[in-house]
Design a protein around this ligand. Structure first.
Ligand code: SAH
Length: 404
């Protein structure tokens, strides 16, 4: 272990490491002993040389070290990685054995103690994302370990998120181990079927993080005796996940709006897979900002609106413009809801916390002249855990509001 290169922090910068935050930023580093190889193990020491933690070196990224262990005697060997994967898999045992869903997140990076690694399960297939160089150089070994633990038919790699560029890595999209998955993988979720395109779909193919919120929408409608008279607007619909639950919950109509015609095509396919009627008028290819304005100008109204936009803010510098975007669509949604209607509104921007998001929605409400109550605070499901040491992991937040 003595051959692991050491990096020394500036005085006072050991605090976050002692609080077990998994990231060491470049600005915290005073000195690097011997230049470590990209992705190599490094020992993090305080300014006076005290050993603090061990992690993976990312020389190109502002997040210069991703920490793995705070125990000096712990060896980061294959057994370590296997144990971390086993722990993550064990954490999903309930989901796996309940039989409610064949698609869920198995490894949620930092929050599962494996910074930079995402692994999602889609039935017999795994999809892996390597988002840091320390994971990139170990992905073959990690894939082999996952293969041994889970025996999937194949592991497909979707390392094509832009954050890879910050690590000096190129984007990769292709098979990694075993068989190649089919064009569309059919998965089930709470009694519904979805076709997932793991090659071209967003993230690893499907918004697994919204599973519980889709189910909540389905439950709300199923418990509503008037469901058959209710119209839902599913804004930023992607492949119509919320729509399938709402229609199965007997909503009269769900209008899906998305700027991409391709995702709505797959959405139509998903409706059909679930035996639901596909009405062309219910699929609108367009910009949600523009479409909502048109609905407002035409005096349309809805009983339930789901707003699940893409990440508006990628970094702190974009918070202002993102906030204006969120306010804009929420203001329009408040205006479009019938009295007693429901707004299910989300933000997946990590840099916008739950408090700020609620303030933005509050601002939109004031401008709309309506009244609203928060019925529930929403977030990702338990297959997307948030380590208490890593609040940044709580990227998805949402509100269910009753609007008067
Ligand atoms: N609710 C979905 C996920 C939504 S992802 C689910 O549960 O599966 C966000 C979607 O918004 C993407 O499909 C993207 O194509 C779409 N999108 C992004 N910007 C948009 C815009 N300005 N207008 C309409 N759709 C947009």
């Amino acid at each position: 272990m003595s051959r692991i290169p050491a990096i020394y922090l500036h005085k006072g910068r050991e605090k976050s490491v002692l609080r077990r935050h998994p990231w060491v930023f470049s600005g915290a580093i005073r000195r690097v002993e011997t230049q470590p190889q990209p992705g190599a193990l490094v020992d993090v020491r305080s300014h006076d040389g005290t050993w603090l933690a061990r992690g993976l070196w990312s020389p190109e990224s502002e997040i210069r070290v991703r920490l793995l262990s705070w125990d000096e005697t712990e060896e980061i060997d294959e057994g370590f990685w296997r144990a971390r994967l086993e722990r993550a898999i064990a954490g999903r045992a309930e989901l796996a054995t309940s039989g409610h869903s064949s698609a869920y997140r198995l490894v949620h990076a930092e929050s599962d103690g494996i910074p930079g690694l995402i692994v999602d399960r889609y039935g017999d297939w795994l999809v892996l994302q390597a988002l840091a160089i320390g994971i990139e150089i170990r992905k073959g070994m990690l894939a082999r370990l996952l293969d041994g633990l889970l025996r999937p038919r194949g592991i497909y790699e979707r390392s094509d998120e832009d954050v890879r560029l910050k690590e000096g890595l190129r984007l990769v999209n292709g098979p990694l181990l075993g068989e190649e998955p089919p064009e569309l993988i059919e998965v089930f979720e709470n009694g519904h079927v979805f076709a997932v395109d793991v090659r071209r779909g967003h993230k690893t193919g499907f918004y697994l993080d919204q599973r519980e919120n889709r189910a909540l929408l389905g439950d709300i409608l199923r418990l509503d005796r008037d469901a058959r008279r209710k119209t839902v607007l599913n804004a930023f619909a992607y492949t119509c996940g919320f729509a399938v639950y709402a229609l199965d919950g007997l909503a009269q109509r769900v209008i899906n709006v998305d700027s991409s015609a391709d995702v709505l095509d797959l959405g139509r396919h998903n409706l059909a897979l679930n035996g639901l009627e596909v009405n062309e008028d219910d699929f609108v290819v367009g910009d949600v900002f523009r479409v909502l304005r048109e609905y407002r100008d035409r005096g349309e109204s809805f009983d339930i609106i789901v707003l699940d936009p893409p990440k508006f803010a990628r970094n702190a510098a974009q918070i202002g413009s993102a906030a204006r975007g969120y306010k804009d669509i929420n203001l329009l949604a408040f205006k479009l809801l019938r009295p007693g209607g429901l707004l299910m509104t989300f933000s997946c921007s990590g840099v916008i916390g739950a408090d700020l998001f609620q303030k933005i929605v509050f601002g939109a409400l004031l401008d709309s002249g309506r009244e609203a109550q928060v019925l529930r605070h929403l977030g990702a499901g338990p297959d997307h855990p948030v380590a208490l040491t890593f609040p940044e992991g709580a990227y998805l937040k949402g509100l269910l509001c009753r609007v008067w």
